[in-house]
Design a protein around this ligand. Structure first.
Ligand code: UD1
Ligand code: MG
Length: 450
């Protein structure tokens, strides 16, 4: 029988240092909130239960977490009195068996492999507590591990650490694995810190040592343990996360000539052999098929790019777009909620919204689907093999039949049957020699002659 694993995610902090009033753990990082990053990793460990610790009034965070589909309950700290208090509140109703893993909601890059390593390290030593340490380049703000005789003796918060410990001690990543049976005694012993009116979770290490219970410190990759307390740290976490996403994509066979300029999302799916040119930005829920080619300065979100499709340069593929295999979306083209079937071409300066474009249809430069009347959105359907002349406005709802042809500059307000030709521009007038006559008259007027 496997031992039950309870994961606690601490997220009750106000996030004052973020300086914008928004709950810290709801700040987005590459298409996912900080909290969703942590919950996704928790899910990989298949826990028996996840307890999310929040402060009163954080319903928005609770609702977002419930959408994760995890076996999750919310514990409310009223008022929040530190990380130790958070764990006391979270474990109040839990059985004292199995393991408890504490994650901080503001540590989004934590990886499942690192957590598995920590859990194993605790089990191997039958330790009361195992803590994750790291050596990040910027050590500001982290607690430090105090080692004595090669053993972890305590975790000292930065403001209480002496200069030597600040410089040499491993930083506390804020992740702890604990033996559920011994935890209640440790939690009950956490002293009150009057200076901050808090109970520090980190104090349980010293309490365990006093009882001669084993404590394990495991150093993990520092990128895993980066904590986000400010906008500066959020931007740094984003940079590190992008590096990780690009590395995974390159190793999987995605072609990127300047990967450092390409921005991906946590859930981006790209098949091997797809090409991403420089300065491509990919928002959430994007799938890119093999041999698709996304050219420079394109922006994609919530869309699917099929095998061999060509996008950009300077294209914007918005939510609900599916670009079929071999189809082309060219420069300054915007699509939204649009199905562009295989082989269709929308090569220049177009807006295709709430529309379907049949296979091999060709939309000339400047074709616009007029999908919005100020109140509602309407659909445009363009049949397979249709040809839309440049600078045409298709006023939805409207249907252009299979193989139909629309003359350039038309404003189409009625359906066009299959294989029909529709033109709405006025008849062209040609008057021989009139340009020369007009020029002569205007020149004479300027020269002051009658
Ligand atoms: C904490 C650690 C520090 C560690 C660092 C890693 C303590 C005392 N300090 O400091 O050793 O190096 O994280 O990032 O644990 N929270 C609650 N309830 C509370 C207070 C905080 O749920 O009453 C949550 C916060 O929302 C946050 C996490 O716990 O997600 C950590 O709190 P934070 O205030 O960010 O602690 P740090 O100063 O970063
Ligand atoms: Mg923090």
């Amino acid at each position: 029988m496997t031992t039950p694993l309870h994961v606690l995610v601490l997220a009750a902090g106000k996030g004052t240092r973020m300086k914008n009033g928004r709950p810290k753990v709801l700040h987005p990082l590459a298409g996912r909130s900080l909290l969703d990053h942590v919950l996704a990793v928790a899910a990989e460990l298949e826990p028996s239960r996840v307890v999310l610790v929040l402060a009163p009034g954080m319903e928005e965070v609770a609702a977002s977490a419930r959408a994760s589909g995890l076996p999750l309950s919310v514990a409310v700290q009223d008022p929040p009195l530190g990380t130790g208090h958070a764990v006391q509140v979270a474990t109040a109703g839990l059985p004292a068996e199995g393991e408890v893993l504490v994650l901080y909601g503001d540590t989004p890059l934590i990886g499942a492999a690192t957590l598995r390593g920590l859990l194993q390290a605790r089990r191997r030593a039958d330790a009361a507590v195992a803590v994750l340490g790291m050596s990040p380049p910027d050590r500001t703000g982290y607690g430090r591990f105090l080692q004595e005789g090669g053993r972890l003796a305590a975790i000292v918060e930065e403001r209480h650490a002496d200069p030597e410990l600040k410089r040499t001690g491993l930083c506390n990543a804020g992740v702890m694995a604990m033996d559920a049976a011994r935890l209640p005694e440790l939690l009950a012993g956490i002293p009150h810190r009057p200076d901050k009116n808090e109970y520090y979770l980190t104090d349980i290490v010293e309490l365990a040592r006093q009882r001669d219970w084993a404590c394990v410190a495991m150093e993990g990759p520092w990128q895993d343990g980066i904590g986000v307390n400010s906008q500066v740290q959020l931007a740094e976490a984003y940079r590190l996360f992008q590096e990780r996403l690009r590395q995974v994509a390159l190793e999987a066979g995605v072609i990127m000539t300047a990967p450092e300029t390409v921005h991906l999302s946590a859930d981006t799916e790209i098949e091997p052999g797809a090409i991403l040119e420089p300065y491509v930005v990919i928002g959430p829920k994007v799938r890119i098929g093999a041999r698709a080619h996304v050219q420079a300065f394109s922006h994609l979100a919530d869309c699917s790019i099929d095998h061999g499709a060509e996008i950009g340069p300077f294209a914007r593929v918005r939510p609900g777009s599916r670009i079929g295999s071999g189809a082309k979306i060219g420069n300054f083209v915007e699509t939204k909620n649009a199905l562009v079937e295989p082989g269709a071409k929308v090569n220049h300066l177009s807006y295709v919204g709430d529309a379907s474009v049949g296979a091999r249809a060709n939309l000339g430069a400047g074709t616009i689907t007029c999908n919005y009347d100020g109140f509602s959105k309407h659909r445009t359907e363009i049949g397979a093999g249709a040809f839309i002349g440049s600078n045409s406005a298709l006023v939805a709802p409207v249907r252009i039949g299979t193989g139909a042809l629309v003359g350039a500059g038309s404003v189409i307000t009625m359906d066009v049957p299959d294989d029909a030709l529709a033109v709405t521009r006025p008849q062209q007038i040609v008057r021989a020699g009139h340009a020369a006559t007009l020029r002569a008259r205007l020149a004479a007027r300027k020269a002051g002659k009658p």
